[in-house]
Ligand binder design. Structure first.
Ligand code: CDP
Ligand code: MG
Length: 755
C-alpha cells in the first residue's frame, strides 16, 4: 500500500499485518522514543536509548505485554537524558559566558551589532536568552531573520529541541509558502524575505518586540532592504530592540550604518588552521576535489570529518556519485566514508543527516554549497576542501537578464570557509587554487546581492510600502541607478506603475503575491482571460522547483516518453505540460503511486499543492475570482503572455532563437518538451534563461506574434515583429548594438525620479 499522503506521516505509519507482534513492539518503542532526537546523541544518551529498546525487546520475547506506563517511563528517561545533554551543550557555547553582559547591553541600547564566529551560538542562543529574560512577556515576538530557507528551518528545529517544545509551538519558522508558527510562537525564525513581506501588512512590525537581523554579513538583497526599513521603524518605536548579527566580517560598517551603534564582540574559539594551496591552477576543480577528499580519507587520521564547498546541487550530486563509486573499490581496510550532501533544495528529512555524527570508525564527508560557509555549523569538521568557486547571481540591467554564474569567491569567503575546519580542534584547509590567485586575483569582499540583481521585485515591494523616492532610501550600499531604472521600466511595462512611477491597482495586487513580478502579473491578468485556476496551478508548479520529473539512468527512455506525453497532451508548451501533470496528479487523488508510474517527483508535487493552497487564499485577498477556462488553452497562454511578453523569441533558420527586443541568441533547453517538437514553432515565450554552455530558455511555450501586439502594445510595435533575419549571422557585438538602436525607452526616465 502506498502512503498517498506523506505529509506529516512521521510516526503515523500504520503497522502492517505481516509484521510480528514482537517487531511491532520494537518499532513502537522506537517511534515512541523519538528516533529523530538522536541527532545530537552522545554515548550516554545512546546507551540509555539502546537500553530501553533492549528492555522492550526482551519483554516482547518473553511474551510480556508492556503497559503504557512502563514504556512512558522509559521514554521519559530518554528525554531527560537528552535534555540534560542539550543544556550542557548550550552552556559550552562561546556566547554563554557573555549572556549577562549581552543582556545588559541590550537593555541599555536600542540597537546592537553582535559579532561572533560562526558556531558561537548567536542564532540559536540569543533569541532564547531574550525569551528567558522576559522580552516576550508583553505578548510580542522575537523575529530572527535568515537569508537562507534551510537555515531558518534547521535552526528553528534545533531551538525547539533545546527548549523542549514542539516545532511550530513556542518556536517556529516561516519561509515563503510555509508557515510553521502558531499563536503561542515567541521565537520566530524566518527568511529575511518573509519579514519584508510582513512589512506590507504591518509597517510598524508591532507584533515584534525584538528583531534580530541575523547573518547580516551575507548582505542578501532582502537583508539590505530590511536594514533600511528596521532602522526607520526603530526611530518611531523606541520599545523595539534591534540586533544585527554577523560573522566577523564587516562589523564596523553595520555600526556606521546604524549611527555608531555599539558592537558586541563574542570572542571566538578558533584553533589554528593550516592552509595549503595548489602549486598550479586546477583544470577541473570537481576532479581535484574528489581526488583531494579520497587522499585525505586514506592518509589522514580519523576522527576528523571533511567539508567540501561546491557550487550547486548538480555538482554535489556528481561528486557524490563519483565518491560512492570510487570508495566501493577501496576494500575493507579503509574506513567507511559517509557522504552527506547539503543544498537549499535538499528535502528536509535528509538535511538533518549532516548534523549526525558518523558511526564509530567511519568518516563523514559533507558536500555543501555556500550554505555551510556561515549559515550552518557542522561539528567535527577537521578538513576543508575549497575549490574557490560559488554560484552567484548576476544581472545585466541593459539586457534585463539575470543569470547564475559560477565565479571565483572573495578572499573574505575563502577565509570564512577555511575557518570551518578549526572549530573543534586544529584544522586543515586545502585550497584548490594557487596562493597567487588568492593574493592577487580574488576580490576582498563579495559584492552585495543588491548590486547584482534584478530589482523589479524589491522596487515593487518598496512602492507597495509607500516608499516612492527610491533614490533617497537609506541603502547601506545603494544599487546602481541603472538597475533601479531598469526595474522601474519593467514594472511600468507590466502595468504595475503608472508613468509617474506610482503604484497602480494592478501593481498593488501584484505586490500581494509573493512571486516574481512577471509571474504575479500573469496571475493578475488571468482574471481577464477567465483562467485563474489554471494560472495558479502553473505558478505553483513553477515555484515548486525545477525537479518535477526524474530520470533514472536505467529507464531514461521510458522516463523521457512519460514526460513527453504531458507535453504532447495539447497546449503547445511546457507551461501547459506542467498544468497537465498537476491536473492528472490531482485526478489520481494525489497518489504517490501515480508519481512513480509517471516519473514525477512526488515531493515536488506535494510542495506545488501547498503553494497552490496559499495562492488560492491570496486570490481571495486580491479579489480575483477563481475561474477555469475549461480547456481554452489560448486563454491560459495569453495570461502567461501578459506577464512574460518580454521573454519572447523568434526562431531563426539555424534552429536557434533570437529574443525579440534584445536580440540575444538563445536555445531551447534540452529538458523542454519543445526540444522534441519538429518543426519547432516560429514564436515562443520562455519562463527564464539559464546560462551554461549556451543561453537556454527553460519552460518554453508557443506564442502567436499577434498576441504581443494585442497584450503588450506599449512594449512591441509592428516593426519589432517582422524584422527579417539578417543574411549573415551577426556577431554578438553587432547584435547588442542593434538592440540598443531598436529599443526606445517607452517613457521618460526622469519622470520617475521626480515622482
Ligand atoms: O549563529 P552561530 O553561527 O553563532 O551559531 P549557532 O547557529 O547558534 O550554533 C551553535 C551550535 O548549535 C553549533 O555549534 C551546533 O553545535 C549547534 N547546532 C546544531 O546542532 N544544529 C543546528 N541546526 C544548529 C546549531
Ligand atoms: Mg548563525
Amino acid at each position: 500500500r502506498h502512503d498517498d499522503d506523506a505529509r506529516g506521516s512521521k510516526g503515523k505509519k500504520a503497522f502492517s499485518e505481516q509484521e510480528s507482534w514482537e517487531e511491532q513492539q520494537i518499532r513502537k518503542s522506537q517511534l515512541q522514543f523519538g528516533a529523530q532526537d538522536r541527532t545530537h546523541a552522545s554515548d550516554e544518551y545512546q546507551f540509555v536509548f539502546e537500553d530501553a529498546v533492549e528492555f522492550v525487546k526482551s519483554a516482547a520475547m518473553a511474551g510480556t505485554d508492556l503497559d503504557d506506563g512502563e514504556t512512558d517511563e522509559l521514554a521519559d528517561e530518554i528525554k531527560v537524558t537528552l535534555q540534560r545533554e542539550l543544556q550542557d551543550q548550550r552552556k559550552a557555547l562561546p556566547v554563554y559566558k557573555f549572556k549577562d553582559e549581552l543582556l545588559k547591553a541590550i537593555a541599555e541600547h536600542q540597537i546592537i551589532i553582535v559579532v561572533g564566529e560562526t558556531g558561537s551560538g548567536k542564532t540559536t542562543q540569543i533569541p532564547q536568552y531574550l525569551h528567558e529574560a522576559g522580552y516576550t512577556s508583553n505578548g510580542r515576538r522575537i523575529a530572527c531573520t535568515q537569508p537562507r530557507r534551510v537555515a531558518a528551518m534547521s535552526v528553528a528545529a534545533r531551538v525547539a529541541e533545546e527548549m523542549g517544545v514542539k516545532l511550530g509551538h513556542e518556536v517556529g519558522y516561516a519561509i515563503r509558502f510555509e508557515d510553521c508558527t502558531s499563536d503561542r510562537t515567541v521565537a520566530k525564525y524566518m527568511t529575511d524575505g518573509m519579514l519584508l513581506r510582513e512589512f506590507l501588512g504591518e509597517p510598524d512590525l508591532s507584533s515584534y518586540g525584538v528583531v534580530v537581523v541575523d547573518e547580516a554579513h551575507e548582505r542578501s538583497i532582502s537583508t539590505d532592504i530590511l536594514l533600511g526599513l528596521v532602522k526607520d521603524v526603530a526611530r518611531f518605536r523606541p520599545d523595539l530592540k534591534l540586533l544585527i548579527s554577523s560573522a566577523t566580517l564587516n562589523a564596523e560598517r553595520f555600526s556606521d550604518f546604524f549611527d555608531m551603534a555599539p558592537v558586541f564582540k563574542i570572542p571566538g574559539r578558533r584553533y589554528t588552521v593550516d592552509i595549503h594551496y595548489t602549486v598550479a591552477p586546477e583544470a577541473d576543480y570537481v576532479d581535484a576535489a574528489v581526488a583531494t577528499v579520497l587522499q585525505l580519507h586514506v592518509t589522514q587520521p580519523s576522527p576528523g570529518d571533511i567539508l567540501v564547498f561546491l557550487t550547486g546541487q548538480e555538482e554535489i550530486e556528481t561528486v557524490e556519485e563519483i565518491l560512492r563509486r570510487r570508495t566501493r573499490g577501496l576494500g575493507t581496510k579503509i574506513a567507511e566514508l559517509v557522504i552527506c550532501p547539503i543544498y537549499a533544495n535538499l528535502p528536509t528529512e535528509l538535511q538533518a543527516k549532516i548534523f549526525e555524527p558518523a558511526p564509530p570508525g567511519a568518516r563523514k564527508v559533507v558536500l555543501a554549497t555556500n550554505i555551510a560557509e556561515t549559515s550552518l555549523t557542522i561539528d567535527g569538521i577537521s578538513y576543508v576542501v575549497d575549490p574557490g568557486f560559488c554560484k552567484v547571481k548576476s544581472y545585466s540591467p541593459r539586457t534585463g537578464t539575470e543569470s547564475l554564474l559560477v565565479q571565483p569567491i572573495s578572499k573574505a569567503s575563502a577565509d570564512q570557509r577555511a575557518g570551518r575546519s578549526g572549530r573543534t580542534g586544529p584544522g586543515k584547509c586545502f585550497r584548490l587554487f594557487t596562493e597567487h590567485s588568492y593574493a592577487k586575483e580574488m576580490e576582498d569582499e563579495t559584492v552585495p546581492e543588491i548590486q547584482r540583481s534584478n530589482l523589479a521585485s524589491v522596487v515593487l515591494s518598496l512602492k507597495a510600502l509607500g516608499i516612492n523616492d527610491l533614490v533617497s532610501f537609506d541603502f547601506m550600499d545603494p544599487p546602481a541607478s541603472e538597475g533601479l531604472l531598469r526595474a522601474l521600466e519593467d514594472l511600468f511595462a507590466l502595468g504595475a506603475l503608472n508613468s509617474r512611477g506610482e503604484l497602480t491597482k494592478t501593481g498593488r495586487r501584484m505586490a500581494e503575491l509573493p512571486l516574481d513580478p512577471m509571474l504575479a502579473k500573469a496571475i493578475v491578468a488571468s482574471e481577464k482571460y477567465g483562467c485563474s485556476e489554471e494560472m495558479i496551478t502553473i505558478a505553483s508548479m513553477l515555484s515548486a522547483g525545477n525537479a518535477v520529473f526524474y530520470r533514472p539512468k536505467d529507464k531514461a527512455l521510458i522516463a523521457d516518453a512519460a514526460r513527453q506525453r504531458f507535453f504532447n497532451a495539447g497546449g503547445g508548451g511546457d507551461h501547459v505540460a506542467l498544468l497537465n501533470v498537476y491536473t492528472e496528479w490531482e485526478q489520481s487523488g494525489h497518489s504517490a503511486q501515480w508519481c512513480v508510474d509517471h516519473f514525477v517527483q512526488s515531493r515536488t508535487m506535494r510542495r506545488a499543492r501547498d503553494v497552490r493552497e496559499q495562492l488560492v487564499a491570496l486570490l481571495e485577498r486580491v479579489e480575483i475570482e477563481r475561474r477555469s477556462s475549461a480547456g481554452d488553452l489560448d486563454a491560459v497562454r495569453k495570461a502567461i503572455t501578459a506577464g512574460f511578453f518580454r521573454n519572447a523569441a523568434q526562431r531563426r533558420r539555424d534552429g536557434s532563437y533570437r529574443t525579440v527586443k534584445s536580440w540575444r541568441t538563445v536555445f531551447v533547453h534540452p529538458s523542454s518538451g519543445m526540444a522534441r517538437v519538429d518543426p519547432p514553432p516560429r514564436w515562443v515565450l520562455y519562463h527564464e534563461l539559464v546560462e551554461t554552455t549556451r543561453e537556454y530558455m527553460r519552460q518554453v511555450t508557443e506564442l502567436k506574434p499577434g498576441w504581443l501586439l494585442e497584450i503588450a502594445p506599449h512594449y512591441y510595435q509592428e516593426n519589432n515583429l517582422d524584422t527579417p533575419e539578417p543574411k549573415k549571422a551577426k556577431s554578438h557585438g553587432q547584435d547588442a548594438a542593434a538592440a540598443v538602436a531598436t529599443e526606445k525607452p517607452s517613457l521618460s526616465l526622469k519622470d520617475f525620479f521626480k515622482a
